[in-house]
Ligand binder design. Structure first.
Ligand SMILES: [Zn+2]
Length: 240
């Protein structure tokens, strides 16, 4: 009888992955050498392999089954089991009861959707949703009406000011308040949001030693901001 068992490519790769770089004991090395030379394995070793192949956790059960004659039917079943364990698929070739099949088919079709909650719980959920829609400030993710985009703009600037080592600091709500005071218009071209997007302009640029406090900030649209570049200009809040 041959000791060598044909292994699938996948199996061989898995073994080599598992063994790579692993320090081996002298005993293991000896065993591996013997296996290569075709020296038969000990009974104990063979039992161990058998148990592994069967995927059984219970050695007592395997012991009971040892040497027992099997019907053709059982042998066929066992061969199917071995094949599916060998391929690493625990559920390959498994037969399902009609009930199980029905359950799976229903789940696949999505027929179980919306059946998880009791009527009361669903009522509670719907009420909570209504409340959130009527008052968004109660939503756990409410950030004071500041959009992610505005938040990003603010944070980008803050990062830049930190990098330049500027003195002073201002909060996002201070910036929002300043925009509100300036009636959401660009201080230079007087166009308003949302036609344009207001950006924070440092009256004295950070690169010229300006600080990052709110008194050194004025709202400008992008175009005006980039045209101003590094010059020091304070636009007045002109009333038209
Ligand atoms: Zn402008």
């Amino acid at each position: 009888m041959k000791n060598k068992r044909a292994l699938t490519l996948k199996h061989r790769q898995a073994i080599s992955r598992a063994l790579r770089g692993r320090p081996l004991s002298e005993e293991t090395k000896k065993k591996m050498g013997e296996a290569k030379k075709g020296i038969p394995k000990t009974q104990e070793h063979r039992n161990k392999i058998r148990l592994t192949l069967l995927g059984r956790k219970n050695p007592a059960h395997a012991e009971r089954m040892r040497g027992r004659k099997q019907s053709l039917e059982t042998k066929r079943k066992r061969s199917v089991t071995l094949k599916r364990i060998g391929a690493g698929l625990w559920n390959r070739g498994r037969t399902l009861s009609e009930e199980q099949k029905k359950k799976i088919s229903q789940a696949v079709k999505g027929k179980n959707l919306g059946r998880k909650f009791t009527k009361e719980h669903r009522k509670k959920l719907s009420e909570r949703k209504k409340l959130l829609l009527s008052d968004p400030t109660r939503h756990p993710q409410w950030r004071g009406g500041i959009t992610t985009y505005q938040r990003k703009l603010y944070l980008n600037l803050k990062r830049r000011s930190l990098k330049l080592g500027a003195q002073g600091t201002h909060t996002q709500s201070e910036w929002e308040a300043l925009k509100r005071d300036c009636t959401y218009q660009c201080m230079k071209c007087k166009r308003k949001e949302p036609l344009i997007i207001l950006t924070e302009d440092h009256i004295v640029p950070l690169t010229k030693g300006g600080n990052d406090s709110i008194t050194n900030i004025q709202p400008l649209c992008r175009g005006c901001n980039s045209r101003k570049h590094t010059s020091i200009i304070k636009y007045d809040l002109a009333v038209k």
